[in-house]
Ligand binder design. Sequence first.
Ligand code: FES
Ligand SMILES: [Fe+2]
Length: 326
Amino acid sequence: MKPLWTFGRRLDESVGQPIENSPDWQQANPKRIDRALGRALELPSGGWFVVGASRGITTAPRCVRICDRHLVAWRTSQGVRLAPNECPHMGASLAEGLVLDDRLVCPWHGLTIGDEGHGSWKPLPTFDDGVLTWVRLDDEEPGVALSERPFMAPRPETFIDGVIQLWAECEPRDVIANRLDPWHGAHFHPYSFGRLKVIDLTEEAVTVRVAKRVLGPFAVEVDATFHCPDPRTIVMTIIGGEGEGSVVETHATPICPGRTAIIEATLATSDRYQFKMAQLVAGFVRPFMERSARRLWVDDAAYAERLYRLRDERPRRYRRHRLPKA
Ligand code: FES
Ligand SMILES: [Fe+2]
C-alpha cells in the first residue's frame, strides 16, 4: 500500500463509514450495478442529446454526427443552431459552406438558409446551457415524451468549467455502467485515487468518500454522490470537503451503432478566496482540469469498450456451448 496523506477540509467522521466491510470485488455486485443501470435507462430523456462544448461551436459551420445522422452546427448572433448537414437543393455538405449574416451559405450553388428553413429542411430544437449544447431529435426514440429543455442536474452558481470529448467503441449504457461502479476507482486508477469507499447506497444515488491524489502521496478527501438525471448522463456532485458543490457531468451520446461520444463537463467551484483568483485565470486553469479528466477516461473508455465486447460475445459463446455434440 502506497503512503497517503490527506490535507484540506476535514470530513464528518460520523457519516464516513463504509456501508460494507467486504472486499471491493464483493461489493461491486454485478447484479446491483445492472439494476442501477436498468433504472437509469428508464429515466425520461425528453429526446435530448448532448452535442459537445458550447464554446466549440462558432461561426465556422462544422459537421457533427449523432444517432447516425450528419448535422451541421453553427453559431448565429441569437445562439447556436443545428440542422441536417444536407443542402435542400442538391445535397451539398453545408458544413463546408460558410455563415453570412447568421445564415448558412451552401458551397455548391450559394443557396442561403436560416431559421425559417427551406422545404423540409429546418433547424432542429437546440439548447445551450452555457457549457454544453444539446439537440433534440424528435423522431429518434419513438414513444419518448419530448420536453422543452433537457433534464439537468443542479449546477454551482459560479464555476470554472472544462469540457472533454472522446469516443469509444461501445453503447451509451456502457459509459453509464462504468460510473455506476465506483468500486473500481482506487484499483483501476491508483494514480488518481488513493482510497475510495462507498458510504451510502440508495436506489437513486451512490455516495463515496474518496481521496483524490494531488501530488504523489498527498491527497484531498471529499464526499461525492453519483446519480443519473437522464438515461445518458451520470453526474458526480461533491457534497463534502474541498470544492463542495462542484459537479462532473458525464454524457454519453450515440454516434452510430457501436460507437459513442463521451462528453464530460467539469464545473469546479469553491468558497475559498483563492477560487476568485483562479476564476480570473480560468483560461490557464482549464487545460489542467481537462487533462486530469481525460486521463481517467482513457482507462474508463477501455472499461466501457470491454463491457460492450463481452455483451456482444457472450450470447455467441453460450450458443456454442449449447450446440449438440457430434
Ligand atoms: S446544393 Fe446547395 S445550393 Fe445547390
Ligand atoms: Fe473509472
